[in-house]
Design a protein around this ligand. Structure first.
Ligand SMILES: [Zn+2]
Length: 445
């Protein structure tokens, strides 16, 4: 017995595994490593031998041949749109939105949004996503679903110039947004942001009111921008400016602004985004499915913009799986540019972790470093596609499907393990979701 040894430090949980992908500043992967967790945060990360001696955990999760990585961050989602998965596919964006999605969305109720969002949270947790940013109607119901499943989320109520299922006017939607900030202010995992649908669905006055609310609340303001191929021409006709300069003239661009898509941006637009520190949520699979185009993400990264990955909604993707998004992002940019170095696996992994954290203004997620929230995903390395395992970014981006995730943890709590969710009867939920989706589809005009 070594009487000089310091007493072990108590902690809640020690997670051990054959690899820890830290996403720290040196992008270290610790072989045969461990993560000590206390009070929902990471207390230490290091070698298993070292941490097993230094810490006395209440519980040990010995994951064996597995990789622990930071929980993935989905920076652009419409969770409840799981209800519309497969309802309208393979259509041009304007036809899809005006003739299919908006008509069925008018039928949404708080109960429907809650069910759809629960299904989305389950889907995201099962493939290692621990945090999502959501833009939708009845946003309090999305927050409620995320809370039930123990996820981290930033939610916002969509503000549009025409009536939505939850608000008759933009002023009413802004009131709902304001109430959401009050409701979530002291929540440990949930927070609010301001959402305007887009410059084509919100007037300048509405956009300015949204930006003012975001400034007042010191919150993220997010909207769709330069997604469709006609948006710049339409904006020039209406305002005399392209989409990005128009948003700049309204004082919207900046560090708290998160623009989804930014597919149709030229060099001047990119310079404006960079000069203002505006953030971008890249949704490559949604852009591909709607044939919106390829966002110039490599050029954004060269200019130092923060770029995150988003799935968009399940009606335009149709999966909420960031592994699929990382793989497609990397392959898509190579294909579009003819340059295999244009968006390497490392860049895709960074966007899905650190990029998401930066774009959402959540500095304590996206990496496994002491002090951060204990938001983790664990992938089994015993699956055929994970053998052998030389390079983590390459393996995660080009070989993993997300089905290798065996455990997901948020704020130190296990919220998904081996197909089960501790707070959810998934089979019962999926029955209700099928019924709700069928009833909405049957009622659509
Ligand atoms: Zn979207």
């Amino acid at each position: 017995m070594n009487l000089d040894a310091s007493p072990a430090i108590p902690c809640d949980t020690l997670v051990t595994a054959s690899g820890i992908l830290t996403q720290n500043a040196r992008r270290e992967v610790i072989r045969d490593g461990a993560v000590a967790i206390s009070g929902g945060r990471i207390a230490a990360v290091g070698s298993r031998a070292e941490l097993a001696t230094a810490y006395a955990p209440a519980e040990t999760l010995a994951m064996g041949q597995a990789l622990v990585l930071p929980g993935l961050v989905n920076a652009h989602a419409h969770a409840a749109m799981t209800l519309f998965r497969g309802l309208a596919d393979d259509l041009p964006i304007a036809d899809w939105l005006h003739n299919h999605i908006w008509p069925v969305e008018r039928l949404l109720t708080p109960e429907a949004v809650h069910l759809g969002a629960l299904a989305a949270c389950a889907e995201m947790l099962a493939c290692g996503t621990t945090c999502f940013a959501d833009l939708y109607f009845f946003a309090d119901q999305t927050a409620r679903a995320a809370d039930t499943l123990g996820m981290r989320a930033v939610v916002g109520e969509g503000v549009l110039d025409f009536p939505t299922p939850s608000a008759k006017t933009p002023a009413e939607a802004l009131d709902i947004s304001r109430a959401l900030f009050d409701h979530l202010r002291s929540h440990p995992r949930l927070s609010a942001m301001v959402v305007a649908h887009s410059p084509y669905a919100a007037s300048d006055a509405t956009l300015a009111a949204c930006a003012a609310l975001a400034r007042e609340q010191d919150a993220v303001f997010t909207l769709h921008a330069a997604e469709g191929v006609t948006e710049n021409a339409d904006s020039l006709k209406k305002t005399g400016k392209r989409v990005i300069p128009h948003l700049h003239s309204l004082g919207i661009l900046g560090k708290n602004c998160l623009l989804a898509h930014c597919v149709h941006v030229d060099d001047t637009d990119l310079d404006l985004l960079a000069a203002t520190g505006t953030n971008v949520a890249h949704c490559p699979r949604s852009n591909a499915k709607l044939a919106s185009g390829t966002a110039p993400i490599p050029a954004m990264l060269q200019r130092g913009l923060a770029v995150a990955l988003g799935t968009d909604g399940a009606a335009s993707n149709n999966a909420l799986n960031l592994f699929a998004e990382m793989g497609f992002a990397s392959l898509g940019h190579k294909l579009a540019s003819g340059d295999p170095t244009s968006f390497p696996a490392r860049a895709a992994l960074d966007a899905a972790t650190l990029g998401g954290a930066a774009c959402l203004g959540l500095p304590d997620i996206g990496a496994i470093v002491p002090g951060h929230h204990a938001d983790l995903a664990v992938l089994s390395l015993t699956r055929p596609s994970m053998v052998p395992f030389f390079d983590a970014p390459s393996q995660l981006v080009y070989a993993a499907s997300g089905a290798e995730v065996v455990l997901t943890m948020v704020a130190g709590r296990v919220v998904y393990r081996d197909g089960r969710f501790p707070n959810l009867d998934a089979a019962a939920l999926f029955r209700e979701v099928r019924d709700m989706a069928a009833s909405l589809a049957a009622k659509r005009p």
